[in-house]
Design a protein around this ligand. Structure first.
Ligand code: TNX
Length: 688
């Protein structure tokens, strides 16, 4: 034992010596902690690893420690199976918890923790179990796989979130998302310290929760795809175990067609109603002038308030177009009789009534931007899909709010774009301290028009981790290169929680190719991204519906191409003259591979229906590979490329930059830069 210790200590000194000379390590943490002090040396993880909990403890905390140990065992293979929690201060990791957290997690509860790791051991302290949950995830993120085994670098971390509300919304209406998919996503959320799961349970295309009082809601409004109340309770418990609040949303008075299939009397039109199969904004809306609507909602909200223990209750409220209201003579008469000037005011009237019901059942009402109205009490919370201006307005009027504009994962934007969006920038930047405190945080939104259980993880992860960092870490944490470096590590780490953002990629490509040999297809798929924003629906040849297949290359392709981003970084370095000598050789290898890829893809493409639409993109990739190589030749020779050549290539590139098969070929802008620079004014390359 003693010799072992000596060996370990010597090894450690060597390591810390090496460390002393090496540049600061890239901490593979996401979100970055509020404060981090590097220590010297490292904690070696070996089979003697043990944990003890001191101070307050409870069953949830013990389950969390067990999950942590299972995860650590899974990741390192180091821990023995019979490992028990040991008592006493001799444990490798000593957890100390001050007191219990709230029975049902409250917004704004203390989530802080202190994690100290030395070569001798680790200590994790927090006022209550929520901080311990976060600290355990941080510990897992710190584990490194080095040649000698698994280690945790010595470090001292004092951490707490910048915002109390860090959410992920998942729309389960447009496409039903099964329980196990939600659960693994809750694991991912906990891993990056997201603490609210906003469950968008109803919309025009599906009513997804069992109501015992109004069973026709799920029976007629869901195609049989809904969660039982038992499942909902199970999910709430699963989330609570991970320090995640569950806020249910029942979108009303619009986005509610699925309710009207079973209960047409709730609607403002004549019906009959059917489950909506298309995407967009539709006319049906609840009838805000009938008492029976509120009687129904009273009972329904009461039932759901019981099922979902969180204090907050989301009523949606977005995108009511007023068409059904204006078309109904009785509603028009009601508006005249009550001096209600327009449909917006009618919606405010509805919201006031609903707010009273939500309040009666012990909940705080929240909704999208549209619910903001001075007639509603200051207790309501505004979730903004429109932008910081709405939040600033709400905050100055005394309302609390959170930001979702800029965090829409379904729009397939790069992580850097979400990362740059800050709830406190722009119109919210100049609020008074009191007003600023009303900005609770934000939520990433996974609207589900174009996701299936198979690819939803790849739309959420890893990009949601960048949003999680924006909402947890200090405002000053903004380095995009560091973010991407850590995001790549985080993405691999998230695999180990069973998320399928990476794992579903190859099977989808194999299905598209109709063969196991997807080498060529993967090279192409790695370089394309789905079109951005709402372009997919605009470019669709046939209007997309719930029945539109989600098995195309656009559905498999990642929202953000790491390969194209790396290539862009390389091109930028080249043009800035800061390229390492061997990098050009590597880039040439890549360009040549791209140039030659179409020849390898062609035989596969010939046999597969799903490959047909990829063929023109594959040809573009080939052409761009060749153009890139030629541009490099000019640059290397220090000889300006002929104007005629450039004009032809730029025209070719412009073609390749156009979306095809709902995809963008992401290396096109980088090849453009190479061609433009080959005109001659740029710094010379390193040459060969
Ligand atoms: C708008 S913003 C919606 C959703 C759609 C989403 C698609 C808001 C509250 N509503 O109904 O799914 O855009 O991006």
């Amino acid at each position: 034992m003693r010799t072992l210790l000596v060996v370990i200590m010597c090894g450690e000194m060597l390591v810390s010596l090496a460390r002393a000379q090496s540049p600061p390590r890239p901490w593979m943490l996401m979100p970055m902690p509020a404060e981090l002090q590097p220590g010297s040396g490292q904690l070696v993880l070996d089979p003697s690893f043990s944990v003890t909990t001191t101070g307050y403890t409870d069953a949830r905390l013990q389950r969390a420690v067990n999950r942590f140990l299972n995860q650590l065992r899974f990741e390192t293979g180091m821990l023995p199976l019979d490992m028990n929690l040991v008592r006493g201060p001799a444990a490798t990791l000593v957890i100390r918890t001050g007191h219990a957290s709230q029975e049902v997690e409250r917004l704004g509860e203390d989530e802080s923790y202190i994690l100290e790791i030395t070569s001798a051991g680790a200590s994790l302290r927090a006022p209550n179990p929520l901080g311990i949950l976060h600290g355990l995830e941080t510990f897992l993120q710190l584990v490194e796989n080095v040649p000698s085994g698994f280690v945790v670098p010595a470090v001292s971390i004092e951490d707490q979130p910048r915002f109390p509300w860090r959410g992920l919304m998942i729309d389960v209406s447009r496409h039903f998302i099964p329980m196990e998919v939600l659960k693994r996503n809750l694991d991912g959320m906990a891993a990056v310290k997201i603490n609210v799961f906003h469950w968008h349970l109803s919309d025009n295309q599906g009513f997804r929760i069992e109501s015992k009082k109004f069973p026709k809601l799920q029976k007629m409004g869901s195609d049989g795809l809904y969660y039982t109340q038992e499942e909902a309770r199970e999910l709430v418990a699963y989330a609570a175990d991970r320090g995640i609040r569950v806020v249910p949303e029942f979108d009303m008075p619009g986005h509610a067609t699925s309710w009207f299939v079973g209960y047409p009397e709730l609607a403002s039109g004549n019906g009959p109603y059917a489950i909506e199969r298309k995407w967009g904004v539709f006319d049906p809306a609840m009838n805000p002038t009938e008492e029976r609507t509120y009687k129904f909602l009273d009972e329904f909200i009461g039932e759901m308030a019981h099922l979902f223990p969180d204090r907050y209750f989301h009523i949606g409220g977005d995108e009511v177009n007023g068409v059904e209201w204006s078309a109904n003579p009785a509603i028009r008469a009601f508006m005249r009789a009550h001096g209600i000037k327009n449909t917006d005011a009618l919606q405010a009237h509805f919201n006031q009534r609903v707010q009273a019901l939500v309040n009666k059942h012990g909940k705080i009402m929240m909704g999208w931007d549209e619910i903001l109205n001075p007639r509603l009490p200051k207790s309501i919370v505004i979730q903004s899909w429109r932008g910081q201006q709405s939040l600033a307005t709400a905050a100055t009027e005394g309302y609390r709010g959170l930001l979702s504009s800029g965090y829409y994962l379904d729009l397939n934007q790069p992580a850097a774009q979400h990362y740059a969006v800050d709830p406190m920038r722009g119109p919210t930047a100049n609020l008074t301290p009191d007003e600023s405190a009303r900005i609770l945080g934000g939520e990433a939104c996974m609207w589900a028009e174009y996701v299936s259980p198979e690819n939803i993880d790849s739309r959420i992860w890893p990009r949601a981790a960048a949003i999680a960092e924006r909402l947890w870490s200090p405002e000053s944490v903004t380095d995009v290169d560091s973010m991407y470096q850590r995001l790549e590590g985080t993405s691999r780490w998230l695999d180990s929680f069973g998320l399928t953002h990476n794992a579903s990629y190859d099977p989808m490509l194999r299905r598209i190719a109709g063969t196991d040999d997807i080498r060529a297809l993967r090279i192409l798929a790695d370089l394309v991204e789905p079109v951005k924003d709402y372009t997919r629906s605009k470019l669709a040849t046939a209007e997309a519906t719930a029945a539109t297949p989600l098995n195309r290359l656009v559905d498999a392709a990642r929202p953000e191409s790491a390969a194209a981003r790396h290539f862009a970084t390389w091109v930028a370095a080249l043009l800035a003259g800061g390229m390492k000598p061997d990098t050009e050789a590597q880039a040439r290898t890549l360009l040549a591979r791209w140039r030659d890829n179409d020849a390898s893809l062609e035989p596969v493409a010939r046999d597969s229906f799903l490959m047909q639409e990829a063929v023109p993109i594959s040809r573009d990739l080939s052409a761009l590979g060749a153009v890139g190589l030629e541009a490099l030749d000019y640059l290397d020779r220090g000889q300006p490329s002929p104007e005629q050549w450039r004009a032809e290539q730029l025209a070719r590139i412009a073609e390749a930059e156009k979306p095809q098969a709902q995809l963008l070929l992401m290396i096109a802008p980088s090849i453009r830069r190479l061609v433009e620079t080959s005109a001659g004014s740029a710094a010379p390359t390193t040459g060969k």
